[in-house]
Design a protein around this ligand. Structure first.
Ligand code: CA
Length: 404
């Protein structure tokens, strides 16, 4: 390692992301200097050697590379698909701002991240392109927003009739899921980590009772993504609306039904005032994962200890965000039922059966078109089969017999 002047480091870094603190001495790996034999570098080396002799600091740097690394500071930017102040995503335990705060605290201030809500720096759903192009180092969202780039991204957020929070964590952390996630994003020059989870969502709000699959015909429903394709196959007129537009559309009858997240978030939008049938346990999003997307070029500039800080802060946010959802949803659901006249029930069994079959058909079409999706699908489904069998002896019995 060599210490170089701020002037040299400004020329070297090329972009703002890894900019050192103003006036600070930045260190860069020796190989970078050796690879770039230019006159400025030679001046820089002479300057370094002079400084080293004068202060002795350079010698310490050479003898103890980890000390020089420990001095290196990074100021990064993180955009989000959700607006500033949005509960769970931008505000509260395990949110984007909490993740940035944890990373700064765990790194002793060496990795500082400025968080921008949707629309502050870039529009809501341009995070993938912003990280890919190096405009920002990180984006906080859900990978299923990027299915237009690579359909396999769907599996790292939620698959209809898929894994719950425990199962998803099992696949991601211990079943090869994160490694596959990195493999899928490698052609785009990015890595990603799970950094939050809503737990199971709700099927959503309907103005009229759903008694059979026939009731889906011509129903106008707000629902994004893969589940929207499944509903569309069953005759639903699928509408894509951002969160803020759901309530007025449902209230005015522009739509007849809508899904958003779960009791706490849905109540905040006021959906209970526009529709009374609240269909429970979301078949479409059984545990929705938040994604921290990171530029691979930026990631590789981080020392190993800061990479570990990011990974561990993400894992912490994954747990605490889901914990927050358990408490807030429990409280909100009780209020919706007791005080706001909401009728909560699961969809009829034959409707669920039809949704399951249709999901299978939609996924089969997707994997037939794309070998990357097929590979991720097979890993996910193999893990799901194992989890289902084990849950039959554990979680399922717990919910039916112990918790009941
Ligand atoms: Ca949702």
């Amino acid at each position: 390692m060599l210490a170089v002047s701020p002037r040299r480091s400004a020329a070297h870094r090329g972009r703002r992301g890894d900019a050192p603190q103003e006036g600070a001495t930045r260190t860069v790996p020796m190989r970078h200097l050796v690879e770039k034999e230019d006159p400025q570098m030679t001046r820089s080396r002479r300057k370094f050697l002079g400084t080293a002799v004068a202060t002795g600091a350079g010698a310490a740097t050479l003898g103890f590379p980890h000390i020089a690394r420990a001095q290196q500071k990074f100021n990064w930017r993180m955009t989000s698909a959700y607006p500033k102040g949005a509960p769970f995503y931008m505000d509260g335990p395990g949110s984007a701002t909490d993740l940035a705060r944890r990373i700064e605290a765990m790194s002793g201030g060496r990795l500082r991240i400025t968080v921008y809500g949707a629309g502050e720096l870039i529009p809501a759903l341009e995070g993938f392109d912003a990280v890919r192009s190096g405009t920002v180092e990180m984006n906080h969202a859900n990978s299923y927003f990027w299915t237009g780039k690579t359909f396999a991204a769907q599996y790292f957020t939620a698959v209809p009739f898929g894994l719950n929070f425990q199962g998803m964590n099992g696949w991601l952390y211990d079943g090869g899921g994160i490694a596959l996630w990195h493999e899928v994003y490698a052609p785009f020059g990015m890595v990603a980590f799970p950094c939050g989870n809503t737990g199971v969502q709700m099927t959503g709000w309907f103005k009229k009772e759903i008694k059979s699959v026939e009731d889906f015909k011509g129903l106008k429903m707000r629902i994004p993504g893969l589940a929207g394709k499944v509903y569309a196959s069953l005759g639903v007129d699928v509408k894509l609306l951002p969160g803020g537009e759901i309530f007025p559309a449902l209230e005015r009858g522009v739509i007849d039904a809508a899904e958003f997240v779960g009791p706490y978030q849905d109540r905040r939008l006021g959906l209970q005032k526009a529709a009374k049938y609240y269909y429970t346990t979301g078949w479409h999003e059984t545990a929705t994962v938040s994604e921290l997307l990171v530029s691979k070029a930026a990631w590789e500039k981080l020392p190993k200890d800061l990479q570990a800080v990011v990974e561990n802060a993400c894992a912490a946010c994954n747990v605490v965000s889901e914990a927050w959802c358990q408490r807030t949803n429990a409280e909100a659901m009780e209020d919706l039922i007791k005080n706001q006249g909401v009728i909560a029930r699961p969809l009829p069994d034959d409707v669920v059966k039809k949704l399951r079959e249709t999901t299978g058909q939609v996924l089969a079409e997707a994997i037939a078109k794309d070998p990357v999706t097929k590979k991720v699908h097979e890993s996910y489904m193999a893990f799901t089969a194992k989890y289902r069998a084990w849950a039959g002896y554990s979680e399922t019995v717990y919910h039916d017999k112990i918790l009941a």
